[in-house]
Design a protein around this ligand. Structure first.
Ligand code: HEC
Length: 127
């Protein structure tokens, strides 16, 4: 009896951990929603927009590079800090890093909390 209670407790803790983990498998969906219109889906640049697949910077610098660009924007890319949640930034950053074969470890929402203040004021979105 004691054992089965412990099992149930363990199972609930495991479920909670899964529920709170950044949703890496939502990466493709987040990418499609927030990024693909400009960056496309393949290794060929879409007009003036750099391709994010087969991208050396993403592979070498890893997920934090994607997270930073997402939050603060770059050139004609408007900052998405007011649009993307911490979980979405993590999801798309880890997804793109992995898709580019990056060996840099995945990031978590804690890393985004550290990054947000560095991004400073978050301008409203132009769409
Ligand atoms: C409105 C169009 C637009 C959208 C939407 C957009 N970007 Fe960008 N992005 C750009 C442009 C333009 C650049 C190049 C800026 C420059 O010249 O430095 C860029 C650059 C980048 C870079 C740097 C690429 C490199 O080779 O150094 C990354 C990483 C990036 N974007 C990630 C994202 C992610 C992730 C999303 C979605 C969450 C996103 N972008 C959404 C337009 C966009």
């Amino acid at each position: 009896m004691k054992d089965s209670k412990a099992m149930i407790l363990l199972a609930s803790v495991a479920l909670l951990a899964v529920a709170q983990a950044p949703a890496a498998d939502e990466g493709p969906e987040i990418y499609a929603t927030l990024c693909a219109a400009c960056h496309g889906h393949g290794p060929a640049p879409l007009g003036p927009y750099p391709a994010l697949f087969g991208n050396e910077a993403v592979r070498n610098v890893g997920p934090i590079y994607v997270a930073l660009k997402t939050l603060q924007g770059a050139g004609n890319m408007f900052p998405l800090c007011a649009v993307a949640s911490d979980e979405e930034v993590v999801g798309v950053a880890n997804y793109l890093a992995a898709a580019n074969g990056s060996l840099v470890p995945a990031i978590s929402v804690l890393d985004i909390a550290d990054l947000r203040p560095a991004v400073g004021d978050c301008p409203p979105v132009r769409r």
